[in-house]
Design a protein around this ligand. Structure first.
Ligand SMILES: C[S@@+](CC[C@H](N)C(=O)[O-])C[C@H]1O[C@@H](n2cnc3c(N)ncnc32)[C@H](O)[C@@H]1O
Length: 237
């Protein structure tokens, strides 16, 4: 899946699968999301969080679930690590696919996102599945994660290195982080070329960011469509 990205202020960065544009396209929002340059796959940048919030609101303003209702494959395939239950936080929760999945497995889930539309859809998905998720409408450029509070923190397709120390503080001892994002290898995939290198994880970067944690799963892959780094790691002290 090729990508373009949405800058989320000075610190954060998000890469979207271009496949997702299909849904927006059908819905007539694609032109608004794409820059008006010659290259439709140029990076989309926002000047500030407010700008980005509008972009995400637009992307999610469709009846379809842009990212689907099923959890990320990486989370589903590794759910056995998360059998302890407890309190979970989903950073940049989007439309709630991962938050709801954990809530269905007994977790008490908080989900943070800057998009009001995403939050509304996450609530709708939770209701549909008969579970509760606590939505938090907030900008992760300024949001402060409560210390020593969570058993699990999820971070999917949202890269904000400045949040890493907060994720570490927010987890209880023994708590787990699950993290997935695109890597620089994505630049080699078709249509991936316009993405800025500095918006992607470098080789080994994610592992290095959690070197003080016990790494349970770490993988970098490029299947020709998606190049990602995935990690599950435990806070041991
Ligand atoms: C690529 S989507 C991923 C959504 C979700 N994690 C998933 O995997 O389905 C990125 C999400 O980040 C959110 N986001 C972007 N900038 C943000 C910010 N500054 N604060 C909080 N959320 C933000 C968007 O609204 C969007 O829901």
């Amino acid at each position: 899946m090729a990508v373009f990205s949405v800058s989320i202020g000075v610190l954060g960065r998000v890469v979207l699968g271009l496949g997702l544009l299909g849904a927006a396209e059908q819905d007539g929002h694609a032109d608004e999301l794409r820059p008006k340059g010659t290259n439709a796959y140029q990076m989309v940048t926002g000047d500030d969080s407010e700008d980005d919030r509008h972009r995400w609101d637009k992307l999610f303003s469709t009846n379809n679930y842009v990212y689907g209702k099923e959890p990320a494959r990486f989370l589903r395939e590794n759910i056995h690590f998360f059998s302890q239950g407890g309190r979970a936080l989903d950073l940049a929760m989007g439309e709630g696919r991962n938050a709801v999945f954990l809530a269905e497995r007994g977790f008490n889930v908080d989900g943070v996102d800057i998009s009001e539309v995403a939050i509304r859809k996450a609530k709708r998905l939770a209701k549909e599945k008969g579970v509760l998720v606590t939505p938090i409408l907030a900008d992760l450029n300024t949001y402060v994660i409560r210390s020593n509070t969570y058993d699990v923190i999820l971070n999917f397709d949202f890269l904000q290195p400045a949040l890493i120390p907060q994720i570490k503080k927010g987890l209880k001892k023994g708590g787990l982080v699950a993290y997935e994002n695109y890597t620089v290898e994505q630049l080699m995939n078709s249509y991936g070329y316009p993405v800025r290198r500095d918006l992607l994880l470098k080789k080994g970067e994610l592992k290095a960011l959690f070197k003080d944690f016990q790494i349970l799963v770490y993988r970098e892959y490029n299947d020709g469509k998606e190049a990602k780094a995935t990690l599950i790691a435990r806070k041991t002290r």
